[in-house]
Design a protein around this ligand. Structure first.
Ligand code: GLC
Length: 796
C-alpha cells in the first residue's frame, strides 16, 4: 500500500485501531489457513456432451463430467446452467420465468439446435455455443467452458467493433473493453480515483453492443470472479469464477428492452419517496444536535433548499449500531421532529458490525440467538470496524434478517426517514491483505450452509433486504428510503447507492460520470457521488463544477470525510454561494421531471442517467462518450470536468436540440463548442420534449420540433405511500405553422393545478385555439386551465 494511503487511512481509523489492524490481519490469515483440495494446475475443457433431453422450455445436455441446461424464460431471454457446482440461491432474482415460450429442437451434424421465435442457439457437442437470430445473424459465440478444481472459466468471442458496458460500480472507462475487473466487493480504503478496482458494488453483467445487435449477459454466480474483457486476448472475454455452477442469463434486443427484461428478472427499482430526489446534506459527522440545528438554520438563512440531513457514525453511542449518544443528541426524536417541521428529513447511518461489548443489548441478543457469523471451528468471527472489535450478523439467515430488521423500529419511532448502510462489502480493517472476513467464515445460506467465498458479494444485498422487508412490514404506508455502499445484482429492489469514498480531484469528478452511467447500465438507477469528493479539500471551482454535475444525478448529496474543511454551500463565499443556490433551485424546479423519470424507472428499469447512445445503439460515435450524459429522454448534460475551462466540446446526437440556457436551436449530429462560464454547465433539451418543471406551480416547457412529433410525461401522486396516482401525457405535433398539443390523462389522483403555465421554446405564437376557443396570447408563456387540445399558430 502506498504510504500516502496509509496516512489517510490512519487519519480515518486512528492509532489504536491501526495497531489492532495488524492483529486483525494476522487472525484472518490464521482463519484462512486450512488445507485446501489438491491444486489442479491446468484448465480442462469439459468432455463432449453426449445426450439431449428436451424440456418444455429448453433442453438438458449431459456428458461424462458436465451437464448443461438451457431454458428459455422468454423468447429473447435464456438461462444456461453448467454444472457441476453449487447452484446459486435465488437472492438476485424475483422471477423464475418471464413469458411462456415455444421452443423447437433439432439435431445437427455437430450437436443440436434450439430455437424460440427470437433466438436460435446451436449447441456443439464439445460445449461451443452459438447464439443467433432465427434468420441466422450470429451475435454471441462461446467456447467450451473449462474447469480447474471448483473453478469455471468461460470464454466468449469478441468482434473488433464490440463495446462492453456494465459490471456495476467501476472507476473505469464507460466502455469496459480492454481491462480485467474483479468481482469482489471491496472498500478501496482511504479514498479512490480512476482505475482502482474492485470497488464496493460489483454486478456480474455486461451489455455488449456490436454490428449484429445488443445483448446482455448476467452471471448468477456470487463467487469471487475475474472478468477479463479483452485484456489478455483482444478478441475474447474470459470470465473465471472461483466456485459455484456456471449459471448465466442471456438477453437479446434493444438496450432499453434488455434493461426492462433484466429488471423484470432481478426486480425493478421501486418508486422512492419524492423528497429523496431533493438535496441531501451530510458530513462525517455532524456531532451534536446543536450543530445539526445550526446547519439547517444556515440553509434557511442562505435561502438554500434542503430536503434531507444525514447523521454519520458519531450520532451513535461509541459507534454501537442502533444506539444514540444521549450526550450529544439528548432528544433525537425532538430534533428530527423539529427538522421535519422545516421540510428536512433525517437519514441515519447504520453499519453491520456489532461492537463486542457484554453490556450492550444488541451484542447480547445476537450472541444468544447465534446471529453472528462463525469460523469453521465454531468460534464467532471477530473483525475490526469503527467501534473496535465487532461481530457480524449473518444476513443469509432469514431469522437473523428478521431480528436485525426489528431494530429499525425504535429509529422509525423517533421519526428517522431513511437509513444509510455503510461498510457492508463487508469491510473489516486489516493491516494487509483483504479488508474483509476470512473466506472460510461460515454462512447459513437459508439453511443449506456455505462459506464467505460464496456469501461475500451477497452480504450488502442481504443487509438491505433485511431492512427493506422490515420497513415494509413496520410502515406499510411509506416507501422505504435506503442508501447503500455495497450490493449485488438485485440491489435496485431495495436501495439507492452512492459512489463511496472518492478523491477530491478533477479526475475523480470526471470519473464519476462514467461510474454513474455504468451503474445505470447495470440495473442500478439511483446513485450519485459525494459532491466535491469524499476525502479532500476541493477548491471552490472544483466544488462548483461537481455540484453542477450532481444536480442532474439521481442522488444529490454533499458529504465529506472527517478532518476535511467544511463545505456547506456558503463556506466558499461569493460567487460560489449564488451559483450553488441557482443549481439547487434548478434541481427543485426539475423535481416533476425527475419524479416522472423515477416512475418510469419503476415501470421499465430504465435508468434516469443514460449514455448518449441510449436509443441510438448503432451509432458508434456515441459509444465512448463518457463526459456527458442524458437525463431521461429530454435532457443532455455536459458537466465541466477540467479546471479553468469556460467552454467545452459537446457531441450532440442526431436530431434537433435546444440550448437550455439560451433557447438556441442546434442540429446534431456533431460536435459543438459550448460556453461554460463558472455559472453554468452546458445543458441541452431534445426538440419535441415537453419538460415539466416546478415553476409558478407547474410550467410545461414545450420545445417545438421544426417538424414531426414529440412528447412529455408528468407523473403525480401524494409523494409517498401507495395511494392513487396519475400519468399525464402531452403529445406535441408540428404541422407547418401549427403546433398541436394534446393531453392524454390517466389515473385517479386528482389533477393538482387549477391553472398552470405553458412556455414555448422555438415557436412564436400568433394565435391559440384552446379546445376550439380562440384565445389571445402575447409572448412565449401563458396560463391555461386543463384542456384536451391546443392548436397554436406561429407568427410568420
Ligand atoms: C465510510 C463511508 C463514508 C462515511 C465513513 C464514516 O468511509 O464511505 O461515507 O462518512 O465511512 O462513517
Amino acid at each position: 500500500m502506498d504510504p500516502r494511503k496509509w496516512l489517510l487511512a490512519l487519519r480515518f481509523v486512528g492509532w489504536r485501531t491501526a495497531g489492532r489492524a495488524v492483529r486483525a490481519a494476522w487472525e484472518r490469515d490464521q482463519a484462512e489457513r486450512i488445507p485446501g483440495p489438491p491444486q489442479v494446475l491446468s484448465w480442462q475443457p469439459i468432455d463432449p456432451l453426449e445426450h439431449m433431453v428436451p424440456l418444455p422450455d429448453g433442453a438438458r445436455f449431459t456428458g461424462p463430467n458436465a451437464e448443461l441446461e438451457i431454458r428459455f424464460l422468454a423468447p429473447e431471454v435464456l438461462r444456461l446452467s453448467w454444472t457441476p457446482g453449487l447452484l446459486p440461491l435465488p437472492y438476485a432474482i424475483v422471477r423464475e420465468t418471464l413469458e411462456e415460450t415455444k421452443v423447437s429442437w433439432a439435431p445437427q451434424p455437430a450437436g443440436w439446435m434450439l430455437e424460440s421465435p427470437a433466438i436460435r442457439i446451436e449447441v456443439n457437442a464439445d460445449g461451443r455455443l452459438r447464439f443467433q437470430t432465427p434468420a441466422g445473424r450470429l451475435w454471441r459465440e462461446e467456447d467450451p467452458p473449462e474447469r480447474r478444481g471448483e473453478a469455471w472459466r468461460h470464454r466468449v468471442r469478441l468482434r473488433p467493433e464490440e463495446r462492453l458496458y456494465g459490471l456495476g460500480e467501476r472507476a473505469a472507462p464507460l466502455n469496459r473493453r480492454g481491462r480485467t475487473y474483479r468481482m469482489w466487493n471491496r472498500d478501496p480504503g482511504g479514498s479512490y480515483g480512476p482505475n482502482v478496482d474492485p470497488l464496493y458494488l460489483g454486478v456480474p453483467l455486461w451489455i455488449s453492443v456490436h454490428a449484429e445487435g445488443v445483448y446482455l449477459v448476467f452471471y448468477e454466480n456470487p463467487y469471487d470472479a475475474a472478468f477479463d474483457l479483452g485484456a489478455s486476448e483482444p478478441d475474447a472475454v474470459q470470465v473465471t469464477f472461483a466456485g459455484g455452477a456456471l449459471r448465466y442469463y442471456v438477453f437479446y434486443g434493444s438496450l432499453e428492452g434488455l434493461l426492462a427484461r433484466y429488471t423484470e428478472l432481478t426486480g425493478r427499482p421501486p418508486l422512492p419517496p419524492r423528497w429523496a430526489l431533493g438535496f441531501h446534506q451530510s458530513r462525517w459527522s455532524y456531532g451534536s444536535a446543536e450543530e445539526v440545528r445550526e446547519v439547517v438554520r444556515s440553509f434557511r438563512e442562505h435561502h438554500l433548499p434542503l430536503h434531507a440531513l444525514h447523521l454519520d457514525i458519531d450520532y451513535m453511542d461509541g459507534y454501537r449500531v442502533f444506539t444514540v449518544d444521549r450526550q450529544r443528541f439528548p432528544d433525537l426524536a425532538g430534533l428530527i421532529h423539529e427538522l421535519e417541521g422545516q421540510g428536512v428529513r433525517t437519514v441515519v447511518i447504520l453499519d453491520p458490525g456489532v461492537k463486542i461489548d457484554p453490556g450492550y443489548s444488541v451484542y447480547q441478543e445476537g450472541m444468544a440467538r447465534r446471529a453472528f457469523c462463525r469460523l469453521p471451528d465454531g468460534r464467532v468471527y471477530r473483525g475490526l470496524v469503527w467501534p473496535g472489535w465487532c461481530v457480524f450478523p449473518d444476513f443469509t439467515d432469514p431469522s437473523v434478517r428478521e431480528w436485525w430488521g426489528a431494530h429499525y423500529q425504535a429509529l422509525l419511532e423517533m421519526g428517522v426517514a431513511g437509513f444509510w448502510h455503510d461498510m457492508n462489502e463487508p469491510t473489516t480493517f486489516a493491516a494487509w491483505g483483504e479488508p474483509t472476513f476470512p473466506r472460510t467464515v461460515r454462512h447459513e445460506m437459508e439453511g443449506r450452509g456455505g462459506d464467505h467465498l460464496e456469501a461475500h458479494n451477497l452480504y450488502g444485498l442481504l443487509m438491505n433486504r433485511a431492512a427493506w422487508e422490515a420497513l415494509r412490514r413496520m410502515q406499510p404506508d411509506r416507501r422505504p428510503f435506503l442508501l447503500t455502499r455495497s450490493g449485488w445484482a438485485g440491489i435496485q429492489r431495495y436501495a439507492w447507492n452512492w459512489t463511496g469514498d472518492t478523491e477530491s480531484t478533477w479526475a475523480a469528478l470526471r470519473q464519476t460520470i462514467a461510474t454513474v452511467i455504468g451503474l445505470g447500465l447495470s440495473g442500478i438507477p439511483y446513485t450519485g457521488p459525494d459532491i466535491g469528493g469524499f476525502s479532500g479539500a476541493p477548491s471552490a471551482e472544483l466544488f462548483i463544477r461537481w455540484f453542477q454535475a450532481a444536480a442532474f444525478m439521481p442522488f444529490f448529496r454533499n458529504h465529506a470525510a472527517k478532518g476535511t474543511p467544511r463545505r456547506e454551500p456558503w463556506v466558499f463565499g461569493e460567487p460560489a454561494l449564488s451559483i450553488l443556490r441557482e443549481f439547487l433551485e434548478l434541481r427543485v424546479r426539475l423535481l416533476p421531471y425527475l419524479y416522472t423519470l423515477a416512475w418510469e424507472a419503476a415501470q421499465t428499469g430504465a435508468p434516469l442517467v443514460r449514455p448518449l447512445f441510449w436509443g441510438n445503439e448503432d451509432d458508434a460515435s456515441l459509444g465512448e462518450i463518457e463526459d456527458a450524459f442524458l437525463l431521461g429522454p429530454a435532457l443532455l448534460v455536459a458537466p465541466v470536468v477540467e479546471e479553468g475551462a469556460r467552454a467545452r466540446k459537446v457531441f450532440l446526437p442526431s436530431g434537433e436540440w435546444y440550448d437550455f440556457w439560451e433557447d438556441r436551436r442546434l442540429a446534431g449530429p456533431g460536435f459543438i463548442e459550448a460556453e461554460a462560464p463558472l455559472e453554468r454547465i452546458p445543458v441541452f433539451v431534445r426538440a419535441g420534449s415537453v419538460l415539466p418543471m416546478a415553476e409558478d406551480g407547474l410550467t410545461l416547457h414545450l420545445y417545438a420540433p421544426s417538424a414531426g412529433e414529440g412528447e412529455g410525461t408528468l407523473y403525480s401522486d401524494a409523494g409517498d405511500g401507495f395511494g392513487p396516482y396519475r400519468v399525464d401525457r402531452f403529445r406535441m405535433e408540428r404541422e407547418e405553422d401549427w403546433l398541436w398539443l394534446r393531453w392524454i390523462p390517466e389515473g385517479d389522483f386528482p389533477w393538482p393545478w387549477e391553472t398552470f403555465t405553458l412556455r414555448l421554446h422555438g415557436f412564436a405564437v400568433a394565435r391559440a385555439v384552446i379546445d376550439g376557443q380562440e384565445s389571445s396570447i402575447q409572448g412565449d408563456r401563458f396560463r391555461v386551465r386543463p384542456f384536451q387540445e391546443i392548436r397554436l399558430e406561429e407568427k410568420t
